[in-house]
Design a protein around this ligand. Sequence first.
Ligand code: ATP
Ligand code: MG
Length: 789
Amino acid sequence: EGVPGALHLEWLNEPQLEAATNLAGPMLVLAGAGTGKTRALISRIAELIHKRAARSNEILAVTFTNKAAREMKDRVSQYPVNLAGGMPWMGTFHSICVKLLRRHAELVGLKSNFTILDTDDQNRLLKQLIVAANIDEKRWPARLLSGVIDNWKNRAWTPETLPSSEAQAFNGRGPELYAQYQERLKTLNACDFGDLLLHMVTIFQKHDDILAKYQSWFKYILVDEYQDTNVAQYLWLRLLAAGHKNLCCVGDDDQSIYGWRGAEVGNILRFEKDFSGAKVVRLEQNYRSTAHILAAASGVIAGNSDRLGKELWTEAEGGEKVRLIGHWDGDEEARWVGEEIEAMQSGTRGRAGMSLDDMAILVRASHQMRAFEDRFLTIGLPYRVIGGPRFYERLEIRDAMAYFRLAVSQDDDLAFERIVNTPRRGLGDKAIQTINMLARSNGVSMVEGARIAIETGAIKGKGGKGLAELVSNLDRWAAILHMQSLPELSEDAVIDGTSDLGLPIADLPADAPQTHIELAEVILDESGYTTMWLNDKTPEAPGRLENLKELVKALESFENLQGFLEHVSLIMDNDTDDAEQKVTIMTLHAAKGLEYPAVFLPGWEDGLFPSQRSMDESGLKGLEEERRLAYVGITRAEEVCTISFAANRRVYGQWQSQLPSRFVDELPEAHVEVLTAPGLYGGGYGGASGDYGGSPLQDRAARADAYNSPGWKRMQAQADRRSKSSHSNAKGLVIDATAVSSFTQGDRVFHTKFGYGTVMGIEGDKLDIEFDKAGAKKVVAKFIVPAAQ
Ligand code: ATP
Ligand code: MG
């Protein structure tokens, strides 16, 4: 198979070859997990260059994560094709948009050195606006507003184009706050994540000449994971591809897992309408997983009704069944996984030659990671965390980054506010208010406001001195940075002996930091920030200093500070140090498109996975999205897939009794082996016979009884019902429609999250409840207990 002699086409099967070599016009590759969609896409890029259909930098390929983009770049450069035209544009929607936006920032009221805010900054800014608008921030929190605004941006709605149907959002104040927020961002010379796309769509829509330029420049456009594009991304693509119409999208409707972020799986279904004459290629052979793993995944996804439906097959017969194991609690689960990993690494379990890089733990919620991290630290097992609570979200890193941001752009008020009195410079709230007021009344940034405060003596004494020192430091760092970057500036940026910053042009003094890395160290030093932590006696301080070192080290892989800051705002993954072999820990969402020989899927418990929140908020649609996530999880595994659940779990400090996920019931029995956890009360789950039907639940109930867990009777009733229904149907029931809830209308009930409420209606195992505080919600019955009165 494949095309001998053409390395980039070798081994491809018939339909893959079609996808890779049929270059002209629109094409959609629609196929299940592991069928070689991404591989075909990369081969297509190589073929485009090989056939000289376009110069390499006239090709635009959009991936979902930076990791995927990196892998794509590696693969393309390994093929013997001529890359003299430069690398193709390969990156995420955001990373590509940020490049384009820097060139055209002024068209949306920004400068080209705009900063990108993260959610923390975004929320702080929104909070200021909410408070200024006299809205009770407790009832109408910034988080809620940022969700509303993100959602609008995902739909490509600007304040000007917001439809009237949205007028009531955020208690009727949403639209006005959105407009204010966008204005504030402009004054800060900043944009948020959603703006990167929104601004580009706006620019394309308003400036025909610019759109035309890019339409003709990008001769071929390719998109991976197309099922997860949102409206804004879709519009952007459609605008760009309208010229040459050479758009190739690959995707899988069963792997659409970003609906909660505005992704529209409908984009896939609409493709053939939007691009008439589109070729559609389907791939059916899975090259990634063994037959058992594939069958388990297919069994679970079959529970969804809203599917296009695809057949998948594999030549990889045999192999291990999917393994299922229950644990007493989350710590036990982490301990067991740690032992398994060590056994697999040493070859005492499974095949020889399995390295830590071959293993991944995929969690539903990032709070699950901590147990694994704690355990692995204890036993000295190297691991990396991707997309979890990130390195860059730590306090000291955010402070340091704020200093860097100010060196790059003095308009960044959020960064200024963050560090103006960190370390302490004797500037209290009042002084900061004064600076703020001076900045507002003069229509300038806070750094400028601070200058006025110093000159007019508005802030005196210790605070005044500290502020003056900070401002002069900021100026010096900006000047050094500027001089470091001069060779890269175009000539017209230099007018009559001064640079575009108005700073005199001179050679960088020999004793000045010569690189952005040295400058970063100098900044942390001269600002007093490093000293602050050196003098700090709390137990965290040494770790924080370590992290700062780590941060400076991370700068080494970037050409300049701005590039680094950009990277940090864009990354979904921060695996910088890849030399050592490590187990990967990440969320299921971040694992899309990846594959590992051995995959652990912990925490398959109702409420955690499927997540209660997604079901509460989106009902059956939410559940189907969770099921697709389960499908994504299982199909990441090549050889070994281990699913686990725990009977007790601590969530945000609270112990909770857990029931196995309904997805556990939906695993086809023939492809599952049930393992017995050591040390479990009652001897485990029906032995290793493979007969797990019902027994995990019964055993669970017995243990709950033994430990005299409150409310266990309710759980037993639930468990019995669930095990019956799952037995009546090999595939399991999606929603237990046969279940009769033990509640009746008018009952007073209690829910751990929503508090007290009254049952208004019953639908299968779901209750319509009018909560006293939280309002009307649809909730699965098992999360409800009768209220005392
Ligand atoms: P996902 O839906 O998870 O993104 P995918 O359809 O993009 O999966 P790939 O990641 O491209 O699938 O391929 C899955 C695995 O199969 C990879 O290891 C890839 O190298 C391998 N593969 C793809 N096509 C072939 C082929 N024709 N022959 C042998 N191996 C292949
Ligand atoms: Mg893929």
